[in-house]
Ligand binder design. Structure first.
Ligand SMILES: [Cu+2]
Length: 185
């Protein structure tokens, strides 16, 4: 009896989870934007807010785009008093019912080896890949080179002054194109 009930519960849960993708809401991506790339810069970053209404915790595990030869998920970490950029190998968590910001100084989608400069006021498509919600296509809007995250900036615990992000990021990228990035610890 116990076995039967467990099996039934598991089956019901699986069915609910499956239909939940359509019925319980969705993974929504709002305000995706990128900063215009300066001059010959070969790297760029995109920012956005993810909101998970799917009914289960999820993880952004990859991103794809034709604008660059490589697209990675990155974050910034304070190491020895210096803000450094690292690839997040385990993806970016998005808890059920919660929002996750990708913003300057924190999580971002990184474009390495841009095929063309990111022009202000242009847009480009990106596909986000979630562990459970699957692939989501978004259109990223390119803002001016000095663009900040607007209303989302200045949140607590944001250790990196936003105005440090642009050029330091680019300098780091130039260095990283010569060396391989050490694994995130
Ligand atoms: Cu980065």
């Amino acid at each position: 009896m116990y076995t039967f009930k467990s099996l039934f519960a598991a089956t019901a849960l699986a069915a609910m989870t499956f239909s939940g993708v359509a019925l319980a809401g969705d993974m929504t991506i709002s305000q995706p934007w990128a900063r215009a790339s300066a001059g010959m810069a070969k790297a760029g970053a995109a920012f956005m807010t993810l909101h998970n209404d799917t009914g289960m915790d999820d993880t952004l595990i990859a991103a794809k785009s034709d604008v660059a030869t490589r697209v990675e998920l990155h974050t910034h970490l304070m190491e020895d008093g210096v803000m450094k950029m690292r690839e997040v190998k385990d993806g970016i968590p998005v808890k059920n019912g919660a929002s996750q910001d990708l913003k300057p100084g924190s999580y971002h989608v990184m474009f390495m080896g841009l095929k063309a400069p990111l022009q202000e006021n242009s847009t480009f498509p990106v596909t986000l890949v979630f562990e459970h919600a699957g692939e989501k296509s978004i259109v990223v809007e390119v803002k001016g080179p000095g663009a900040m995250s607007g209303a989302m900036s200045g949140g607590k615990g944001d250790m990196a002054p936003h105005n440090m992000d642009g050029m330091d990021h680019m300098k780091q990228m130039q260095q990283m194109q010569k060396t391989t990035m050490p694994p995130m610890k």
